[in-house]
Design a protein around this ligand. Structure first.
Ligand code: SAM
Length: 305
């Protein structure tokens, strides 16, 4: 049974795990649970829902949207891995990378694994999904999450992505990489602190250090010999960790370019990187987020709009 939590400002987003069930089955289940289905959303305002109402999302086909107070943590569908509780913006990276079933994919900074499970669902558990994380504890949490989600195509390793050898024969067929590295987390609504109380100098130093790590990760990822496409994402609102990292990487790797993303998405990367997407509470009803898709020049065409 569903519980109702106090507070909460963002809608409750529920990603249907297509490794275990279908959107239609989850819709039926929720209706039987006493919720009212209002159909497919078409405008941002449709995502402002009253208690017990729900819709299908505007942009992402496997996403349902409920009122902010809906709590699924004790619900059967959550415990059985039929649904994943994931903010809408954080569903963008795997959806946009869209690796076909059978492909070889790296999730470079993967724990706790929500995006890994999304990639596995898109790959229909076919192919190889190498997922790395530096933090053993987070990796253990990820194992549990992936087991619950029915993911079987993964190969997990407690590994520094920066020390992974791109020329190792193991990765010779890797064509897709998802890079969601550590960031300031400044886009997370619950983590936003009062700017006036923040120590500006310390914040700037931390951002510079994160940005340098993120750029190293992105440059490293581009060294995998058969790489076709890479998604770079952060839950930061700072351009230092977003557009600046991507712009520096493109300058250092002229054989890669940005793919224009989702023309109907309401918030773009800052000029001139408007091919990228941004997300925010006011414009997309999500946490703050940034996502860029880079592709190798020779792989032009076949773009997702
Ligand atoms: N993609 C994850 C998801 O959707 O569930 C969230 C990833 S979180 C933003 C960043 C992760 O990068 C952390 O779990 C952190 O331990 C890991 N990390 C940091 N530095 C790393 C490195 N050098 N190599 C691999 N993982 C790293």
């Amino acid at each position: 049974r569903l519980k109702v939590l106090p507070g909460g400002r963002l809608p409750r987003y529920v990603r249907v795990n297509t490794l275990k069930t279908t959107v239609e089955d989850v819709v039926d289940y929720l209706k039987r649970d006493g919720l009212t289905y209002l159909g497919q959303a078409s405008r941002l305002d449709d995502l402002t829902l009253k208690e017990k109402q729900f819709v299908k999302d505007i942009h992402l086909p496997e996403l349902l949207v409920l009122s902010p107070k809906t709590d699924f943590h004790d619900h059967f569908m959550y415990k059985a891995g039929h649904i994943i509780l994931q903010d809408k913006a954080s569903c963008l990276p795997a959806y946009l990378l869209n690796p076909p079933p059978g492909s070889h994919v790296i999730d470079a900074c993967a724990a706790p694994g929500n995006k890994t499970s999304h990639l596995a669902a898109i790959m229909k558990n076919k192919g190889k999904l190498f997922a790395f994380d530096l933090d053993a504890k987070r990796l253990a949490t990820m194992s549990t999450l992936l087991l619950r989600a029915g993911v079987t195509c993964q190969q997990l390793a407690n590994q520094d992505f920066l020390k992974l050898d791109p020329d190792s024969p193991q990765y010779k067929d890797v064509e897709y990489i998802l890079l969601d590295p550590s960031c300031s987390g400044s886009g997370m609504v619950c983590l936003r602190d009062d700017a006036s109380s923040a120590d500006q100098e310390k914040t700037q130093a931390r951002l510079a250090s994160l940005a340098s790590f993120q750029l190293r990760c992105l440059n490293h990822a581009l060294r995998f010999p058969r790489l076709k496409r890479i998604v770079y994402s952060t839950c930061s609102i700072h351009s230092q960790e977003n557009e600046d990292v991507v712009a520096a990487c493109l300058q250092q790797n002229p054989n890669f370019r940005l793919v224009p993303l989702l023309s109907q998405w309401p918030e773009r990367g800052l000029e001139p990187l408007t091919q990228c997407l941004r997300a925010s509470t006011s414009k997309t009803r999500t946490h703050g987020f940034f996502v860029a898709l880079l592709e190798k020049h020779s792989e032009a065409g076949n773009k997702k709009q």
